[in-house]
Design a binder for this molecule. Structure first.
Ligand SMILES: *[C@@H]1O[C@H](CO)[C@@H](O)[C@H](O)[C@H]1NC(C)=O
Ligand SMILES: *[C@@H]1O[C@H](CO)[C@@H](O)[C@H](O)[C@H]1NC(C)=O
Ligand SMILES: *[C@@H]1O[C@H](CO)[C@@H](O)[C@H](O)[C@H]1NC(C)=O
Length: 830
């Protein structure tokens, strides 16, 4: 009965509106398409006509697959304005637009029309036609025109819920056209549902999916290969895909590789997902094979700000390293929406960046992009702006390029099972230094490779092994006593801290009976051994050589001074051992040896990035400040140099070797000695020449050390092809030529902050000025390192021309010490 009715109707309509029978896929100005008639694309893939979806009786104009038995609509024209009868007619009006009319009371009413993508040329000779292409695209064009650019309008620009091969989702930035997908309300109702998918046009555009006004999924920005979060989007035999980002456009599109494959992506209102499905002819069914959101971790912002979603974990949400739940109570009850806050506040500009590997980068709403910057430039830019929270490359192809920076909270990060990228998140340096231990473990693989390649491989491997052993906090020593031995005239006053006295047998056992294998090196007055106490604590034992009493003064000095000092940037004396002829100092063991071991070695200095170097510089400065002014004593170290700065397992610098240190009365500012001790290259001129020492001579040494750390070069032994200046002179020359940055060790290029490096060089030059009164004191140095206050211009440094007078090769004064780096302890000035 119904069939008969339709048949009659069809015949009736057919009579009233002549069928476009001349060309199967085209209607021209004089023709129209009415309900009951269809256009079939030339290849026979798609059909355009009127339909009623599901159980609905309303009529819509749409496009569907011609050869698929399950009627599948890919486009709907009048989705918001359904027709209640069969009177719909599609035609081209006099102005060249495609219009959908209904007939009411004998006159036509337009219920849908193609907005003009392009103004029709009123003077054109050829008629305008509407054609259904075999791609499923309904286009309006000049009859002779065949280029997409000449289309006056195309249905591909006004997608409904389906993205066919060749369609675009995203923006035409010239016209402002935004191609978005919007789901049907239901299978019976093609009117716009609340699920939509489109490209958000931020500085760093990214697609996202919305349900009403709520973002429910974010694919992540395009990284040159795929969307950052689309780990499963990879080259495949079915289709190729691309994201086009330029001044004129920002869109995603895909093309079939094999034209006989039928595939599409659709927004599904029933599952709230965006699905790619493929027609499987043998099963006569649409097979969904990718669907987003894929899992719980794809739910937008599930873990809140600074949370990271790890799908393999239970629960899936964690705070990013360095962050903790903002509201632990709700976090623990699996409400992660409050997110996470920092463990330690930022301390801009003294921050660094932590690398998070294999992630989907955060929401790009508040981003800034410069595609010409590299990662290094990106870091510098981000570090320089205290509101920049993270950065990474915009394009991860061929090693990475471009710069994206994030501002504000970092939202919707997930750990990806594959194909994730690196994200560098701002962290206070104090946080980063806490991770240094993990860092050294992480890098150990790299070291191992380097180690194999070097002759001195064994040394480095032992370094790795030692850095793996975590330094245990000192448990109470069971052999406590006051370190006192009348025989050797070493007295530690009663009010002084108790210094444990170790038995010789304890130390002998700990060091494997001073086995050569345990020997770490030769210090100023004897060998240094590594050992382990019975409780597992690792120690370094400095043993005054038996055959020489030369170091006795230094030994006493060190015991007396260092026992009273406690600072995180000073090496800690655990005790001493005085028995018979043996005299030993027992220190905490520093697994990472000394600073010179790293900074002057090309391979090992790769393990230090700039933020770590800066951390070390600041630590030394604070240690020295403590000696000069903050401790109970007023101490001048007199032998500050790279090899006297030890590094613990977190690469925290510890000033060591107080053998030459002098205790000053607090009102005493300067002293003169006949016994000039110290190390060439680090000695201030007034001290080396006149024997005058003060806290300012330590400042000079600090300045030298600072320039050495920045440049990776030794002051003494510095060799430049074009001049004979030493490192100080070289730095001074570059400074005056306006290019101090060239002093920096190229290895830090990737990690450095230009402004902080320049600041360090500036401070270094201030410290090595010729006249002690011009040099800043350490509290001013620490202040200058800490903030960006203006600094005075440095004046001419001391000892900048090649060798200093004491170092002339034929000078008799050179004799006592043949090794440049060894502290000169026996040089007597006349
Ligand atoms: C294209 O796909 C069809 C159907 O899956 C297959 O039979 C044909 O071999 C494919 N052609 C190419 C060139 O891969
Ligand atoms: C982008 O970076 C390049 C290279 O650092 C720079 O020359 C250019 O000025 C930057 N552009 C903007 C808009 O900041
Ligand atoms: C930091 O970057 C933001 C965003 O680009 C900008 O608005 C702000 O002015 C910058 N601040 C500084 C100090 O450069």
């Amino acid at each position: 009965m119904v069939v008969l009715y339709f048949l009659l109707l069809w015949i009736e309509l057919h009579d009233v509106f002549p069928r476009a029978s001349n060309v199967a896929d085209t209607i021209i100005s004089s023709q129209s398409l009415s309900d009951g008639q269809t256009l079939v694309s030339q290849g026979g893939s798609f059909e355009l006509g009127f339909f009623s979806p599901g159980n609905s009786r309303k009529r819509y104009l749409g496009i569907w697959y011609k050869n698929i038995p399950i009627r599948t609509f890919v486009w709907v024209a009048n989705r918001e304005n359904p027709i209640n009868d069969f009177s719909g007619v599609l035609m081209i009006n006099s102005t060249g637009s495609l219009v959908l009319l209904i007939h009411t009371n004998g006159s036509g009413t337009v219920i849908w029309s193609s907005s003009l993508s392009k103004e029709a040329d009123h003077h054109q000779i050829n008629p305008i036609v509407a054609q259904l292409l075999d791609s499923g695209n309904l286009v309006l064009k000049d009859e002779k025109g065949s280029e997409p650019e000449s289309y006056l309008w195309q249905s591909f620009d006004y997608p409904t819920d389906t993205l066919l091969p060749g369609m675009k989702v995203g923006w035409d930035l010239r016209s402002g056209l935004n191609r978005r997908l919007t789901s049907w309300k239901s299978a019976d109702d093609p009117s716009p549902g609340d699920l939509s998918y489109g490209i958000e046009l931020h500085n760093f555009p990214e697609p996202s999916m919305w349900k009403g006004h709520t973002k429910i999924y974010r694919a992540g920005p395009w990284n040159g290969i795929r969307y950052s979060g689309a780990f499963d989007l990879r080259p495949n035999p079915l289709y190729q895909f691309d994201f086009n980002l330029s001044q004129e456009a920002a869109f995603y599109t895909y093309q079939l590789k094999n034209k006989s494959v039928i595939t599409r992506t659709t927004l599904s209102p029933t599952t709230n997902s965006y699905d790619r499905s493929t027609w499987v002819e043998v099963d006569r069914t649409w097979e969904v094979y990718v669907s987003v959101p894929r899992d719980h971790c794809d739910s937008y912002g599930l873990c809140g700000a600074h949370g990271i979603c790890v799908i393999s974990e239970s629960p899936v949400c964690e705070c990013l390293k360095g962050f903790m739940p903002k509201s632990p109570e709700s976090w623990n009850s699996m409400d992660w929406s409050n997110g996470c806050v920092r463990d330690k506040p930022l301390n801009c500009p003294e921050d660094g960046f932590a690398k998070f590997e294999g992630v989907k980068v955060p929401d790009t709403t508040y981003t800034w992009v410069n595609t010409s910057k590299n990662l290094k430039g990106c870091q510098a830019k981000c570090l320089a702006n205290c509101s920049c929270m993270a950065y990474t490359n915009t394009d991860i192809r061929s090693g990475g390029s471009g710069c994206a920076m994030w501002f504000g909270d970092l939202i919707d990060i997930r750990q990806l099972p594959a194909s994730g990228q690196d994200l560098y998140i701002r962290m206070p340096n104090s946080e980063l230094s806490m991770w240094a231990n993990n860092w050294s473990k992480m890098k150990s693989a790299v070291v191992t490779v380097a180690a194999i390649a070097t002759v001195s491989g064994m040394l480095i491997i032992s370094l790795i092994l030692s850095s793996f052993t975590t330094f245990k906090k000192k448990t109470k020593a069971n052999n406590v006593g006051v370190c006192r031995n009348k025989d050797h005239n070493i007295e530690v006053q009663k009010e002084d801290q108790e210094l444990p006295l170790f038995k010789l047998t304890t130390i002998a056992n700990a060091t494997n009976n001073f086995s050569p294998n345990n020997k770490l090196g030769e210090g100023g007055f004897g060998a240094v051994y590594k050992g382990a106490l019975l409780d597992g604590q690792e120690i370094a034992v400095k043993r005054l050589s038996m055959n020489s009493r030369q170091g006795l003064t230094e030994f006493k000095n060190e015991v007396i001074l260092i026992a009273k000092l406690q600072h995180r940037n000073l090496v800690r004396l655990l005790g001493c051992c005085i028995q018979g002829e043996e005299m030993m100092l027992i220190y905490e063991y520093m697994p990472n040896k000394s600073l010179d071991y790293f900074i002057f070695d090309q391979t090992r200095s790769k393990l230090l990035d700039w933020s770590r170097c800066f951390h070390i510089i600041c630590g030394i400065a604070r240690g020295l400040l403590y000696l000069h002014q903050d401790s109970r004593l007023r101490i001048i170290h007199r032998d500050l140099k790279a090899s006297n700065v030890l590094l613990d397992d977190e690469m925290t610098p510890k000033i060591s070797d107080f053998g030459l240190a002098k205790n000053f009365e607090s009102d005493q500012n300067e002293a003169r000695t006949r016994r000039i001790v110290g190390t060439y290259g680090y000695m201030a001129p007034e001290y080396a020449i006149d024997g005058l020492y003060s806290i300012k001579s330590d400042v000079f040494s600090f300045g030298v050390l600072l320039l050495e750390i920045v440049s990776g070069e030794k002051n003494r032994g510095f060799d430049h092809p074009s001049h004979s200046l030493n490192l100080i002179g070289h730095a001074w020359k570059l400074w005056n030529e306006g290019k101090p940055f060239e002093l920096m060790n190229a290895l830090y290029m990737d990690s450095c902050s230009v402004s902080v490096v320049l600041r360090c060089i500036h401070i270094g030059l201030l410290c090595v000025q010729q006249h002690p009164e011009d040099r800043p004191n350490m509290s001013y140095v620490v202040l200058m390192l800490d903030n960006e206050s203006p600094m005075p211009q440095p004046k001419q440094p001391g000892f900048f021309i090649g060798r200093n007078p004491l170092e002339e090769p034929n000078s008799s004064m050179r004799k006592p010490c043949s090794n440049n780096e060894l502290t000169l302890t026996s040089l007597e000035a006349r």
